[in-house]
Design a protein around this ligand. Sequence first.
Ligand code: AMP
Length: 184
Amino acid sequence: MQFQELPLHAALLRAVQQEGYTTPTPIQERAIPEILAGHDLMGNAQTGTGKTAAFALPILHRLMAKPRLSREPRALVLVPTRELATQVAESFRTYGRHSGLHVAVVFGGVSQSMQVRELRAGIDILVAAPGRLLDLMRQGFVSLRQIEVFVLDEADRMLDMGFIAPIRQVASKIPSQRQTLMFS
Ligand code: AMP
């Protein structure tokens, strides 16, 4: 199968081509159509298998189909560490470079002022580590009312790290009418 055969927006296929990808990896071939169809999904894939594009591309496609009506994020990706947060946000920016969509990333251990500025500017996709996200929510800098797609990346690692309570807290603030994707 070729990437160009997937029913993705031309702007996304162009970015993928620019990255030099010609064929989807197995997880991409299986997950992209499922996610485009709006189904919830549980994926089991190691880093290096193309897992990030497997969820980033269909999420970008979905968000491109509808204009943003507020400054609040419409997709949330929870990740266990700042390294993964940076990496996942970078992938969304790469694949979404022709999409006009905005990505912000939040994690602890650094000053929050830059992150707050990004949130205020208006974003479509938020990549976050749970602790800092809850901090920013408590201060009223971010609301999850508009979230349509919720991703738990490296969910097993987040549970190992004791993030079950924060994950529950975050999930309780997301509308129940949503698409949920879980990767471990
Ligand atoms: P990930 O598993 O998401 O961390 O991706 C691992 C690496 O594979 C990243 O450097 C991607 O740029 C690359 N990659 C993802 N999908 C493809 C693909 N279909 N063809 C070639 N490389 C890819």
